[in-house]
Design a protein around this ligand. Structure first.
Ligand code: PMP
Length: 301
């Protein structure tokens, strides 16, 4: 794990309209975003100096903000220019980009009508979300004690900071048991997703993936669905119950950070399952690597 603290690095961060030295990109402790989670963000991957599907991430950021009741302080065009500026000035070739927008400190309390919207964009070298060893044999997951909330309980289509509270709690419980991630059900008890990635099952050579009606329809998920269809694989989006894992031959996660990551084992309250990453995992992993412009198939590394 990368242990260099994220507030003590060299480089620059785009902050409210200009690049500032990395260590000076601070906010006040009475910021609304910190107290009440009035905050949205993105997670993007840089491959060979370019962000994969940058426009889609930027559109989602603006949409997340709108769902939370605010507008970004810059246009989508300027957001793109700023992102490219950050990547260029920090010389990122293979990395991660984190734009984040939040309500400021003009008002304290639940209401936030008077707050200003802030926007920052940081980028850093970050080649692997799960360790290469774990990815090669399939990661271990533990059933999460928390469920994805109903769409009338939380703004589930926004990539909003508040939705990650239960993800961090679940992931810590999973890690305490030697697992790489937690596997979350939704409020109805259906299979939902990982703490930062969507999921796919391979059943009789077809891809089955939960309908994203109370969690993000990930950009990687959409990419992989397109790649699978191009390969002639059938993709079925539907409600999936946890005991259907018994029918699955393979399972994998998708996310900008996770890319295509096979799942090897699931432990915990809703059943113990084992999977061996097979032909379909490998195909989607390699097709995704090609789509993002990687030159070497990661699964061979
Ligand atoms: N679900 C959650 C909770 C996530 O944090 C992410 C990562 N943004 C995803 C799914 C996958 O989304 P994407 O493929 O757009 O990165």
């Amino acid at each position: 794990m990368d242990m260099i603290p994220f507030d003590d690095r060299d480089g620059s961060i785009w902050y409210d309209g200009r690049l500032v030295p990395w260590r000076e990109a601070k906010l006040h402790v009475l910021s609304h975003g910190l107290h009440y989670a009035s905050c949205v963000f993105e997670g993007e991957r840089v491959y060979n100096g370019s962000v994969f599907r940058l426009d889609d991430h930027n559109e989602r950021l603006a949409n997340s903000a709108r769902i939370l009741g605010f507008e970004l302080p810059v246009s989508i065009d300027d957001l793109k220019k700023a992102t490219l500026e950050v990547i260029g000035s920090n010389h990122i070739r293979e990395g991660y980009v984190r734009p984040i927008a939040w309500r400021g400190a003009e008002q304290m309390g639940v209401s936030a009508q008077a707050t200003r919207i802030h926007l920052a964009i940081a980028a850093w070298d970050w080649p692997a979300y799960f360790s290469p060893e774990a990815r090669a044999k399939g990661i271990r997951m533990k059933w999460a004690p928390w469920k994805r909330p109903a769409p009338d309980t939380a703004p589930t289509q926004a990539k909003a900071a508040g939705l990650y509270m239960i993800c961090t709690m679940s992931k810590h419980i999973a890690e305490a048991d030697g697992c790489d991630d937690a596997l979350m059900l939704d409020w109805r008890g259906r299979l939902a997703e990982g703490t930062g990635a969507n999921l796919f099952l391979v059943i009789n050579g077809e891809l089955h993936t939960p309908t994203p009606d109370c969690f993000l329809n990930g950009i990687t998920r959409q990419t992989v669905i397109g790649l699978a269809k191009k390969r002639g694989l059938k993709v079925i989006e539907r409600a999936i119950l946890p005991d259907e894992l018994a029918k699955a031959d393979e399972m994998f996660l998708t996310g900008s950070a996770a890319e295509v990551t096979p799942v090897g084992e699931i432990i915990g309250d809703h059943g113990h399952y084992r999977f061996t990453p097979g032909a379909v995992c490998r195909l989607m992993w390699e097709d995704y690597d090609r789509a993002v412009g990687k030159t070497v198939a990661a699964s061979a590394a």
